[in-house]
Design a protein. Structure first.
Length: 381
């Protein structure tokens, strides 16, 4: 309904077919037409209290307060609308307060007061508005991003989910060319419009969008086209899913597979080397034992123990064999520990002081014995 500035006679004001009232500087009703008194409240009930007190809930209170402030502070008179305001009506002299919904229009009058026009909202209107609000909430807060694009590629609408993913406000996003937000994907976006313009739908098309903070956000797009009754391109219907999680999972799986392959290769190398280290002392041990058997037979035949001319004694051979057996035991233990890697065991290293000269001497002696063994000689102690 139009805003009515009270400049004519009172009879014309009373004849208005919609409830209308005038508020003073304290927001109290100082004048009301007949329709207002019949549908909202008799004037005498409102004269001594601010009209804001008729708001039936917090939402209506806040909306009405903001509208009154906007109407008074406007540089030039303009209409301020409040949709679906829930007001307490007190119809009749003894009418019980009943909450009803009104669409309000407020404007500053020439004398500084506020002209208020109220239009009752029918039950059918309330029901339809509730359905519309529920549907809009469903679209705006859906767990999937959605937007509409015009035939020229401009964003006509985007839901809250998409704005949250990319970090833009409505003013920064809606009405702008979609190409502004995916500058690295110009060829893909043009191909998408080509497919949509041909009447085809697209599904799971990867497009990289640039968020407000500069991040590159990988998205998957499903889309088709809404056409006008005349068959012309109206707008797209785009459903967008964040592809970051899938890509991260794929990268993690690939990294785990690569690490598993590397671990298996290192394990094979370790087992091969371990077995080689076990075989070498076994050969030396076998040679020593054979030599020990030969010397024992010579001693039994000659009645004395060897050892003359630098030939190793039976005791030296036994000592060497003992060291070799000890080494085999150590290698076997290490090999057993390595098998625990398949069970995701963690290798813990312990440090201890060692005499480097003693380790070097033992290594040289082992090398000497191995050389003699390969040449067919007797190993030294």
């Amino acid at each position: 309904p139009p805003v009515i500035h009270i400049m004519g006679e009172v009879d014309a004001f009373d004849a208005l077919p919609v409830p209308a009232a005038v508020l003073d500087a304290e927001d109290k009703v100082v004048r009301a037409n007949r329709c207002f008194e019949e549908e909202v409240s008799p004037l005498f009930k409102l004269r001594s209290m601010p009209f804001l007190d008729t708001a039936a809930d917090t939402g209506a209170t806040n909306a009405l307060r903001d509208a009154l402030h906007a109407a008074r502070c406007a540089a030039a008179p303009k209409r301020i609308k409040v949709k679906d305001a829930n007001l307490l009506t007190m119809r009749g002299a003894d009418g019980f307060p009943v909450a009803r919904h009104f669409d309000l229009t407020l404007s500053r009058a020439p004398d500084g007061g506020i002209v208020l026009v109220a239009e009752a909202v029918t039950e059918a209107d309330e029901e339809q508005r509730a359905k519309d609000a529920e549907f809009q909430d469903f679209l705006q807060r859906a767990p999937i991003a959605m937007h509409w694009l015009s035939g020229t590629g401009h964003v006509l609408w985007a839901n809250d989910t998409e704005l949250r993913i990319l970090g833009y406000s409505r003013e920064e996003y809606i009405g702008k060319p979609i190409m502004n937000f995916c500058p690295d994907e110009e060829e893909i976006v043009l191909e998408i419009f080509k497919q949509l313009g041909s009447g085809n739908a697209i599904k799971d098309v990867p497009v990289r969008f640039r968020a407000k903070d500069g991040r590159i956000v990988p998205l998957l797009i499903d889309s088709n086209v809404n056409y006008t009754d005349a068959g012309d391109f109206n707008h797209t219907r785009c459903f967008i899913r964040d592809d970051t999680g899938r890509r991260v999972r794929e990268a993690q799986v690939e990294m785990q597979l690569s690490e598993a392959r590397r671990t298996a290769q290192l394990f094979d190398q370790f087992v091969s080397r371990t077995l080689h280290l076990i075989r070498t002392p076994c050969h030396l041990l076998l040679h020593n034992l054979e030599e020990l058997g030969e010397r024992s037979r010579e001693r039994a035949a000659g009645g004395g123990e060897g050892g003359e001319g630098g030939t190793p004694t039976v005791g030296a051979l036994l000592s060497s064999s003992t060291r070799l057996v000890t080494r085999i035991v150590e290698m076997t233990r290490d090999f057993t520990d390595s098998l625990r890697f398949d069970e995701c065991a963690t290798l813990v290293l312990h440090t201890a002081p060692h005499d480097v000269r003693q380790l070097a001497r033992a290594a040289i002696d082992d090398a000497a014995r191995l050389g003699l063994c390969r040449q067919g000689g007797a190993p030294r102690a």
